[in-house]
Design a binder for this molecule. Structure first.
Ligand code: DLL
Length: 435
């Protein structure tokens, strides 16, 4: 079936396909993966209990710890000789999470990625500069294979050596940039320092940004500075890599490819399945994977899902941009704070530069400090009053978060920059062993 037919099929038909694939998946996992057989038995459920889509909630969740406990290849449904590739996501603690692909999996993933690129408007005429990392991280190779599948010209630049990247983007006339949103901003910052105006000296028209949470205000900033349309793309290694969902030209949420995934939203505390439109943790079941299928995988990512048809005619469910990860959420004096809320406020204030750092500490009470870089333009204009900017940021953060925030302004280019995923949170409470 053509992509377009799949993307616009009636929901009843889509759900019939999901149901059929779900039944097949459950039998497959039970027969091929001892881990799932045991998990099913522990939860008193058998493949025959799954007859309809609604029966999905009878199945237990799979969590990241299950993957860690079965490190490296204990979750495989196929013999190692069927595996043609592995990827891994860097664990902040302990062993990485390893994922594996058969030849069919690579083919399937490349098709999904090609579909994502086309959905946002990429065509064979485009030259795509891929500045996601190539290697164990899925970003680089995911975009690479998807781009080739669609027939784009792919420039496999990977991360690092930003000045060289800028030269290549300009000289090759790249029309698409694929990298993390924080790296996109960094590229534009370095290009400006090199005397270029990236919005006119580059030919970029589209950008595919993901792999880390970002905000609407960051989108605006990237679009203005690079002169392109910034598309949000979501995925995770355990599900394939990039390619689980993407925005279409209407940018009204990210289309989740439901012929390949069943999505649920749950309350992260209780595990209860929430109604359409309610905010909670995304849970995915993979319907097409061979080497390492996953049933009800808890992503920890917080979002909202709607099944309303999109203006573009696609019927597949849409998720709002990821608001943050439930394990990134900071609890400060009892208040839940997502780092993305802080970013949203900062990026909307004139005078704020490209980078910031969130520091949480506890003396008697929790203390939230946000270190904020000033923009070069603001800093170099001697008429500007630093104290007024600091006060403005503090007031806006206080009112957005509902807690007191201390702001420290930093000179331009003094806070860390990131080529891959940004690390902007320092929780000193963890280092002090408070929790
Ligand atoms: O980051 C895959 C990817 C590569 C997605 C390139 C998009 C572009 P992991 O390293 O396993 O895989 O990290 C997955 O990154 O659970 C989210 O928390 C976060 N993430 C990914 N895309 C987005 C996004 C890749 N568009 C984790 N917005 C996920 C917010 C995202 N967070």
């Amino acid at each position: 079936m053509l992509h377009r037919e799949i993307e616009t099929m009636k929901r009843e038909e889509l759900e019939r396909i999901q149901e059929k694939k779900l039944k097949r998946l459950v039998r497959y996992c039970y027969q091929k993966i001892p881990f799932y057989r045991k998990l099913f038995k522990e939860n008193n459920v058998e493949p025959d209990d799954i007859k309809r889509l609604e029966d999905l909630s009878k199945l237990p969740f799979t969590v990241k710890d299950h993957l860690r406990e079965n490190y490296p290849f204990g979750m495989l449904a196929v013999d190692m000789k069927e595996v043609v590739r592995v990827h891994a996501s860097s664990g902040t603690t302990g062993k990485p999470t390893v994922v594996a692909y058969t030849q069919n999996d690579i083919e399937w993933w490349s098709n999904l990625m090609a579909r994502c690129l086309a959905t946002a408007g990429a065509t064979k005429d485009d030259i795509m500069h891929v500045a996601y990392g190539y290697g164990l991280f899925t970003g680089g190779l995911g975009f690479h294979y998807g781009g080739e599948k669609l027939g784009l010209t792919v420039v496999p630049s990977s991360v690092g050596n930003t000045k060289r990247q800028i030269m290549l983007i300009k000289d090759f006339g790249a029309t698409i940039l694929a990298c993390t949103p924080s790296y996109a901003l960094y590229i534009s910052e370095v290009a400006k320092k090199e005397g270029l105006d990236p919005s006119s000296d580059f030919k970029l028209r589209l950008g595919f940004f993901g792999a880390e949470p970002w905000s609407e205000s960051m989108r605006k900033k990237i679009e203005e500075s690079l002169g392109l349309k910034a598309i949000d793309i979501y995925g995770m290694s355990e599900l394939c890599g990039p390619g689980v969902s993407v925005e279409c030209e209407h940018q009204n949420g990210l289309h989740i490819w439901e012929d390949s995934f069943i999505v649920e939203v749950i309350d992260p505390e209780t595990g209860e399945v929430l109604d359409e439109g309610e905010k909670g943790e995304l849970v995915f079941t993979t319907l097409d994977k061979e080497a390492m299928p996953l049933i009800r995988y808890r992503t920890r990512d917080i979002s909202v899902v709607t099944k309303e048809e999109c203006e573009c005619g696609r019927t597949h469910a849409r998720m709002l941009r990821v608001q943050g990860r439930s394990d990134d959420m900071l609890k400060i004096r009892g208040v839940n704070v997502f780092p993305s809320q802080i970013e949203h406020v900062l990026m909307g204030i004139e005078g704020v530069g490209e980078s910031y750092l969130i520091v949480v500490d506890r003396d008697i009470l929790d203390k939230l400090t946000v270190k904020v870089e000033m923009s070069e333009k603001f800093f170099n204009n001697k008429k500007n009053d630093v104290d007024i900017l600091k006060k403005k940021i503090e007031e806006e953060l206080n009112s957005a978060l509902g807690i007191k925030v201390e702001v420290e302004l930093a000179e331009p280019n003094t806070l860390p920059r990131f080529e891959g995923k940004a690390k902007r949170i320092v929780d000193l409470r963890k280092e002090k062993g408070i929790f």
